[in-house]
Design a protein around this ligand. Sequence first.
Ligand code: NAD
Ligand code: GLY
Length: 368
Amino acid sequence: MNSSTTQTVTIELADRSYPIHIGSGLLDQPQTYAKLPNASQALIVTNTSVAPLYLQRLRAALQGKYRQVLEVVLPDGEQYKTWQTLNLIFDALLGAGCDRKTVLFALGGGVVGDMTGFAAASFMRGVPFVQVPTTLLAQVDSSVGGKTAINHPLGKNMIGAFYQPQWVVCDLDTLRTLPPRELSAGLAEVIKYGPIADLVFLDWIEANLDALLASDPAALAHAVKRSCEIKAWVVGQDEREAGLRAILNFGHTFGHAIESGLGYGEWLHGEAVGCGMVMAAELSCRLGLVDQPFVQRLTALIARAGLPVRGPRLSAEDSAGRYLTLMRLDKKSEAGEIRFVLINGPGQAAVRAAPDALVREVIEACCA
Ligand code: NAD
Ligand code: GLY
């Protein structure tokens, strides 16, 4: 690894602590993976879009370390984050006679990462896995912190496990092939960290958004590093979301309703989160937690990032009712009461319930 340009953020979880390496040219250097535990087999999990770009490069880097480097190429898309697709990973592992030391490598965005992590958590009751995220969203959020899952038709990420990777390798060069729409989706999760935890970072994002949208390497490197630092700080205190970690779900309660309500894959996850943050900020304002200028500031930034700021209608008859029904299925709900991540003054978040009538007003105000 080129230690002069690579930056490392550590997730501190006692004996399950691990590094997030962030830098250029990491993917295809054998040295990047030298300190991983030894095993005879590795399985690279990727998808049909990422495989032609990066699979052979990762495979070549791993070949000196593992006797056999296997691969499984999944269909691409949020709509394939299912049991059926997950089973393709188990088919590959069992078909090749893999043992419980086999190391799984998740090469791709958050969909591949979440499914590979869940497969690693459950194959033979747990095998090691490494995240090699190739989207901005995955580098700043999903590859870090050990949430793994698949979707259910009734709810997003409903079936999964907390299971930490051994290692995260964020090669910033892979972001060069990311389509602009996916870059914007990743920026939603970058922006998220500002209003909930770090106003200095929010200022920095506002000042550097044009550079981020132009994929400026230095700007992306800082965005990935600072996002991972904030996430590491949160996860280190509350790995299993007993409390604090829920703040990382800012915008996700509304966002997940958009994703499942429209059908997975219609809006990108980051797009739904971006719009969900506008709705959550508006709800915070109507509850008197934050002022309207801050909501407008955040909305303007999300729009500048190329993300939608008006929610879709989820039903011709009672769209707000459909949102409420879907949001009651959110993992933060308690006894059927929806709990929202709200901005409790700029730079701070709070998790609390809100009256249905007020939530309806917000949905009507924020949706097309
Ligand atoms: P994704 O995995 O669908 O990737 C987006 C698209 O980019 C896909 O078509 C993919 O094939 C393509 N792609 C990936 N890398 C590329 C590259 N370098 N060049 C060109 N194309 C590339 O979506 P995502 O936004 O990365 O992740 C969203 C998923 O992550 C959702 O399922 C969401 O629930 C999950 N998520 C999980 C966590 C967590 O903590 N586990 C956090 C946030 C989001
Ligand atoms: N993306 C939210 C979390 O990791 O908790």
